[in-house]
Structures are given as structure tokens and as C-alpha cells.
Design a binder for this molecule. Sequence first.
Ligand SMILES: N[C@@H](CCC(=O)N[C@@H](CS)C(=O)NCC(=O)O)C(=O)O
Length: 223
Amino acid sequence: MITVHHLNNSRSQRVLWLLEELGQPYEIIRYQRDPATMLAPASLKAVHPLGKSPVVVTDDGLTLAESGAIIETLAERYGQGQLAPAPGTPEAARYRYWLHYAEGSAMPPLLLKLIFDRIEKSPVPFFAKPIVKGVVDKTKSAFIAPQLKTHLDFMEGELGKTPWFAGESFSAADIQMSFAVEVARARGGLDASRPKLMAWLERIHARPAYQRALERGGRFELS
Ligand SMILES: N[C@@H](CCC(=O)N[C@@H](CS)C(=O)NCC(=O)O)C(=O)O
């Protein structure tokens, strides 16, 4: 059986969702983030040297890390064409694009936003406060906010062309994109001013497999 090494409130929620869509049986080994640092416990390093989630071990003993690679591999192995466009089509190129874009382009500014929001809230000696505030404000206004706007406008525009990221049909690219869009909704400025993305979120959340994955994975909150 497939084993999912699942960290709470993390990217591995997507893998549970994919497996529910595929109807593949799986078991979950659970890990809890340190509430102060939000890091994964060291025990995850025994499964993969980076100690990040998700990590999946397939039924034939292959250890897979990196969510895009995991999702692509599982969809290819178990999907029988169900969640990926036919190879060689324009949709297949778009599919591959979004599988890479999610972690390669969309997540970095969202991660920077998280880090700089945390720096802003961290205690700082009073004499260093104006310097820290200056650096944080400048980085956020000159780099992070414009980057986030560019990405959100881009994604909104793409969903104006087709209902799903890879085209007319739901695919594993939508699953891979979900974490970035959910993070953007939680803390990246995504709101009702981008109706296509908001409607896409509603559609993915309404999928029975998404709901089943939440039930199996446990609480999923992004802050
Ligand atoms: N690009 C990697 C990112 C993996 C990653 O950073 N996972 C986070 C969870 S969302 C994690 O394990 N964080 C805990 C830690 O870094 O200790 C992927 O898509 O799998």
C-alpha cells in the first residue's frame, strides 16, 4: 500500500487529495509541526534527508519527495489518463507548466511574505526597531507586494481562459496549484477582487475527494 508521510497543515494535504481522486488505498504516517518554529519533527529526516513533507513511499518501495514530482508520478502510475491530459497535446504542456509553476514560481513570494510578516511581529531590541521596520517595509512594498500582484493577476487571467489550470478538464495540475492558491487566500492578498480564482477555490473545495482527504488528513488551517 502507498504510505504518505503527512505533516499537519502542509503540502501533503494535496497528496491525500490526489489519492482520494484516484481511489487508491493509502496509509498515513502523521507528523506534527513544532508550534513555535512550525518546522517538521526531526523524525521526518529518517524518511528523506530534507525532512520536509510530503514524502510518499509507493507500494513497490520507491521513496518520492517534492510535491510536483510526487503528484506527477502518482497520476501517471495510477491515473490511467484520468487526471492528466493526453501526452503530446497543448493541454499536456500546460499541465506540466502548472505542475512546475506552483512550487517554482508561485510559492517563493508567498513564502517571503510569511517570513517578513513573522519578522515584523518578532520582538526586536528597541534600538534596532526602526532599522528592522525600514528593511521589512521596503522589502514588502518594493518586492513582495508587486510580485504577489503579478502572480495573482496572471493566475486570474489564466482561469479567465479555461475553467481549470490545464484546460477544460480538472487535472492533477489543479491539485498541485491548490496549496499556493490557498496560501494566497490565507495571507497573500487573494480576495473577491479576483473572482475566477475564488470560484476555482470553491469548486475544488466542493469536490468529494477533497472533502474525504480533509477527513483523513485532519485539521487543515493556513495562517
Ligand atoms: N517544494 C517542496 C517544499 C516542501 C516543504 O517545504 N514542505 C513544508 C510543509 S508545507 C515542510 O515540510 N515544512 C517543515 C520544515 O521545513 O521543517 C514540495 O513541494 O514538496
